[in-house]
Design a binder for this molecule. Sequence first.
Ligand SMILES: Cc1cc2nc3c(=O)[nH]c(=O)nc-3n(C[C@H](O)[C@H](O)[C@H](O)COP(=O)(O)O)c2cc1C
Length: 204
Amino acid sequence: MSNLTELVSRRRSAALFEEGANGPDRNTLQALIDLAIQAPNHRLTFPWRFHVVEGADRETLGALWADEAVTKGWAPETARAREQAKLLRAPQIIFVGVVSDPDDPVRQREDQAATSAAVAQLLLLLEDAGFAGMWRTGRMVVSDAIRDALAYQPGETIEAIVYVGRRGNRTPPPRLRPPVARVVTWGLHPTPLASPTAKDAVPR
Ligand SMILES: Cc1cc2nc3c(=O)[nH]c(=O)nc-3n(C[C@H](O)[C@H](O)[C@H](O)COP(=O)(O)O)c2cc1C
């Protein structure tokens, strides 16, 4: 187990995973999700849902997704195979849903925030357990084909798509973040912060 400071500094998104390496087994992944949902959750609404897709289901879901993407004009027919292969980028893919109350905008924000907090914890926990993760979004978060295949409830939204695998010996690109002083103010009536841009970012 890692020291928290070291773990947070080490965690990186993995765009590609080690070929042929498995993700965590079901018991391990469930234990990591159990820790992830210890994240803060106002009013104890328990809004997070974790729909795990692995093995051959990834190909089936990839075909359904590619059909939808082409039919809806999100991708050209020539990109069908590329879209289908997106679900094969990792041995496991976790579609993280939020169940909230669409008529209560404050609760919706809280539930989305609680779910994002759980996803951030899950990424750290995966790293700590020797795996790697990648939080992705894009049009898949509004895919009816994916919602249908994973039995999303009415009102449940896809908050994150977490790809899980082993990093292998790939070195992630430098981590770019702005100097912290660019995003912090102290006290009342501070000078408004100018939004940092990519050119303000420094490798860590
Ligand atoms: C809400 C959210 C959505 C993201 N969606 C994508 C995505 O669709 N594609 C992608 O390549 N990365 C996505 N990312 C990952 C970021 O690109 C990544 O965190 C960023 O490049 C910083 O790298 P690091 O996580 O290694 O520090 C997403 C991250 C968050 C928080």
